[in-house]
Write a protein that binds this ligand. Structure first.
Ligand code: CP
Length: 320
C-alpha cells in the first residue's frame, strides 16, 4: 500500500481486518517498524477519535507524530491552480504540501466536504493536491466523500462481534439507516461504509427518507428501502448516520424524528447491535437507552479506530 485514500488502495480487506485484530491483541509487536519515521496529521476540520487514535497507532509503531490545524496553527491554504492569491489564503498547497513532504514520511489529511458544489467535493481536490505535491504516502483521515479508516474500524468491529456471538450468522444482515439532524452533514461516512459493506460478505440494506439516495457508485449492490421498520427486521447490525441530500446537494430535506433509533426499533432486529461512528447527538439521532444499552457497540467501534489506523500505517511502512 502506498496511499490510503479509499478502498481502492486495499488489496486484501480480510488481511487488513486481521492485521487490525492482531494489533489489538499485541499493540507493540511492530514498534521497530516506524522508528525514525514521522507522520504529519493535517486537520482542516475538528476531530477527537481520528486525531487521538491515529496518533496512538503511530506511536505504537514507534513513529514520531506532528499535528497541525490548518488556518489556526498554519496559514490558510489555496487549493486552486493558477489563481491570483489576493484573498484570505496566504499559502498555496504546492509549496505547503511539498514542504510537509520533506518533514514527514507519511501525511494524514482531514478535509470535509464544503457541501456547496457537489462536483468540486466529489473531485476530492484536497486529497489529490496533497498526493500530487507532497510526494509521500497520504492517509485519508476523512475526506469530502469517504472516511476509510472509520470503515475499516467498522469492519473490524463487525468481524469481532461475529467471532464472539453464536446468534450472528456467517453472512449477517447489516443495515445503514439515515438518522435525523438539523444541520447539513457530509455523505462521507455513509458513502464509505456502503463502499466497504459492498465488498464484504453481508446482506446489505440502506434505508433513508426519499431524497437521501447516496451516489450510485457508493450504493452499489445494496437494497434500498424507505421503510425503516422493514429494513430493521432480522438485522444483525444497525449502522446509524445522518447525511445531507446528494441529489439536492447539501440540503436538509426533512428532520422527521421518527427516523431516530429507539429500543422499539431495535426490538425488530435479531438482537441487532447498534453502531455509529461518533460524535452523536443523544436523543436527536439515537435514544439514550440505545446508546447506554447492551446492544450498543459505539465505544468498541471508536476503540477499534486505533487498530484500523495501526493496520494501515503498518502496511504503508512495510512498503518503504
Ligand atoms: N468518527 C470520527 O471520525 O470521529 P472524529 O470526528 O472525532 O475524529
Amino acid at each position: 500500500m502506498t496511499n490510503f485514500l479509499s478502498l481502492a488502495d486495499v488489496t486484501n480487506i480480510d488481511a487488513l481486518v486481521q492485521s487490525g485484530l492482531d494489533a489489538k491483541a499485541n499493540p507493540f509487536a511492530d514498534q521497530q517498524l516506524g522508528k525514525n519515521k514521522t507522520i504529519g496529521m493535517i486537520f482542516f476540520n475538528s476531530s477527537l477519535r481520528t486525531r487521538m487514535s491515529t496518533q496512538k497507532a503511530a506511536q505504537n509503531l514507534g513513529m514520531n507524530v506532528m499535528t497541525m490545524n490548518v488556518g489556526q496553527d498554519s496559514w490558510g491554504l489555496e487549493m486552486e491552480e493558477g489563481v491570483l492569491m489576493n484573498g484570505d489564503k496566504a499559502e498555496h498547497v504546492r509549496e505547503a504540501a511539498a514542504v510537509m513532504g520533506r518533514y514527514c514520511d507519511i501525511i494524514g489529511i482531514r478535509a470535509f466536504a464544503e457541501l456547496k458544489d457537489r462536483d468540486k467535493d466529489y473531485r476530492e481536490q484536497v486529497m489529490h493536491q496533497f498526493a500530487k505535491y507532497a510526494k509521500v504516502p497520504i492517509v485519508n483521515l476523512e475526506s469530502a466523500t469517504r472516511h476509510p479508516l472509520q470503515s475499516l474500524a467498522d469492519c473490524i468491529t463487525i468481524e469481532e462481534e461475529k467471532r464472539k456471538s453464536i446468534i450472528i450468522p456467517a453472512r449477517p444482515k447489516v443495515v445503514l439507516t439515515w438518522l435525523p439532524h438539523f444541520k447539513p452533514l457530509p455523505q462521507a461516512v455513509a458513502n464509505s461504509f456502503s463502499e466497504w459493506m459492498n465488498a464484504r460478505d453481508v446482506e446489505f440494506v440502506i434505508t433513508h427518507p426519499e431524497g437521501y439516495d447516496l451516489a450510485p457508485e457508493f450504493v452499489g449492490k445494496a437494497r434500498v428501502t424507505h421503510n425503516q421498520d422493514e429494513a430493521f427486521e432480522g438485522a444483525d447490525f444497525i449502522y446509524g448516520k445522518n447525511w445531507s441530500s446528494y441529489t439536492h446537494y447539501g440540503q436538509v430535506l426533512t428532520q422527521d424524528p421518527s427516523w431516530a433509533v429507539t429500543m422499539d426499533d431495535l426490538r425488530l432486529t435479531n438482537n441487532g447491535k447498534f453502531m455509529h461512528c461518533l460524535p452523536v447527538r443523544r436523543n436527536l439521532k439515537v435514544a439514550d437507552e440505545v446508546l447506554d444499552g447492551p446492544q450498543s457497540l459505539v465505544i468498541e467501534q471508536a476503540a477499534n479506530r486505533e487498530w484500523s489506523a495501526q493496520a494501515v500505517l503498518k502496511e504503508i511502512l512495510l512498503n518503504f
